[in-house]
Design a protein around this ligand. Structure first.
Ligand SMILES: [Mg+2]
Length: 404
């Protein structure tokens, strides 16, 4: 493996809640829960560290959070604000290296290889970034420093909040560092996968390191290869920059400015179908859904939301875009656009995929693509996904912007 690389993973601490506490001094030191309105359906997006003491965490139903901490400060997310802060933070990172790969609204990989001449050794440059977050943004982030992305991502989670964690750079030391960790720390190993591994007597990464490659391939097919590499801390993927190029979007200008929300919904639906199809054709998925609009005075505005799982499913993109659209209070629009970004063509789903709902939906949408291309778009258009009563699609998880 290329031990010459230096990769930082920076993950902001309780991002949405921390911004709320920063901007509202009366929230400081108190349990702040950013998410849906108590009494309604919906989940916690982010809980402040004070709220976590009550057992509240991201993706918990908001009503459960409320019953655990009725005196907490419940705040609805201000996505526009968080997104703005996010951009400022990524700009701050770019002062240290041009190689910045945002992976969600509050975390990014930084390729810091060769920056020693400018900023000194990694102990110093990581501290500089941590300090800059405090002085420039009054926020904290946790940083993992490692020879690759996989290890850096594990490390940033080891000393939260406001921690800097150095992974060893020598091969043997890396094996030792990882050995005691649970297998669920490995990308692609979700809860269900961990259960499958447990039935084979594999609990820790150290256990996995002792399993020969051919056995892993026998049990897990091609994925056996990546398990074999990852449990040894081997990951050659580059830090991918070029955020702008990695997005798909489409917009429609109304013939006449429209204040008909039903028409807006229909447009969002149409745009979503197109984007999802293009994403699937290119075998890519995006985690951030963007809703753009222009007012009659030509001013342009946008809102976005970032999901925990990247998607190219029309149904999911549509649902999220619609939520964003419904939060627009302007009365009359000139243009509507929808996009997805933060695209990835990596497989990051659970290896053993307990998520049949999602898979089935993917299959059905790919089938729909085929029919469309053979018989024309009109054959499949009439709002069937909007009304879909399909149990699998309803069960599908789609957490809105849950942030740790
Ligand atoms: Mg975070």
């Amino acid at each position: 493996m290329s031990s010459k690389r230096v990769i930082f993973h920076v993950d902001m601490d309780a991002f949405y809640a921390a911004i709320e506490q920063r901007d509202n001094p009366s929230y400081r030191g108190k349990p702040v829960i950013v998410g849906a309105k108590p009494g309604k359906r919906g989940v916690v997006s982010t809980a402040s560290y004070e709220a976590r003491k009550f057992g509240i965490h991201s993706a918990m139903p908001i009503n459960e959070a409320y019953s655990r901490c009725p005196n907490g400060i419940f705040v609805q997310p201000q996505m526009g604000l968080y997104e703005k802060v996010s951009q400022q933070i990524f700009d701050l990172f770019r002062k240290f290296t041009p190689q910045v790969e945002p992976i969600s609204v509050d975390e990014a990989f930084l390729d810091m290889t060769g920056t020693e001449k400018l900023f000194g050794p990694i102990e110093k440059s990581s501290k500089m970034i941590s300090d800059a977050l405090k002085t420039e943004q009054n926020l904290t982030g946790s940083i993992g420093v490692a020879p690759n992305k996989f290890l850096a991502k594990i490390a940033s989670d080891c000393n939260k909040p406001d921690g800097i964690t150095m992974v060893p750079f020598e091969r043997e030391k890396i094996l030792e560092w990882m050995a005691p960790m649970g297998v669920n720390r490995i990308w692609g190993v979700g809860k269900k996968s961990a259960v499958v591994l447990q039935t084979l007597g594999i609990y820790t990464i150290g256990d996995l390191q002792r399993v020969p490659l051919d056995l892993l391939i026998r049990h897990f097919g091609k994925l056996g290869n990546s398990l074999f590499s990852l449990c040894r801390g081997i990951d050659e993927r580059p830090v991918a920059i070029g955020d702008a190029a990695k997005s798909i979007s489409r917009e429609i200008t109304f013939d006449r400015d429209s204040s008909d929300r039903q028409q807006w919904r229909q447009v969002v639906y149409e745009l979503t179908q197109d984007i999802a199809q293009r994403a699937r054709q290119n075998n890519i998925k995006g985690a951030t859904i963007v809703f753009t609009w222009r007012l009659p005075d030509f001013s342009r505005h946008s809102k976005r939301t970032t999901m925990t799982q990247p998607t190219n499913l029309a149904k999911v993109i549509f649902e999220q875009a619609l939520i964003l659209m419904e939060s627009v209070h302007d009365r009359s629009l000139r243009l509507i656009g929808v996009g997805i970004s933060g695209l990835t063509n990596e497989v990051q789903t659970d290896l053993f995929s307990g998520n049949d709902g999602q898979e089935r939906l993917e299959v059905s949408e790919i089938t729909a693509d085929t029919i469309r291309s053979r018989f024309g778009i009109e054959s499949l258009k009439k709002g069937r996904e909007i009304k879909s009563g399909d149990k699998h699609s309803l069960r599908m998880k789609c957490n809105r912007g849950t942030i740790e």
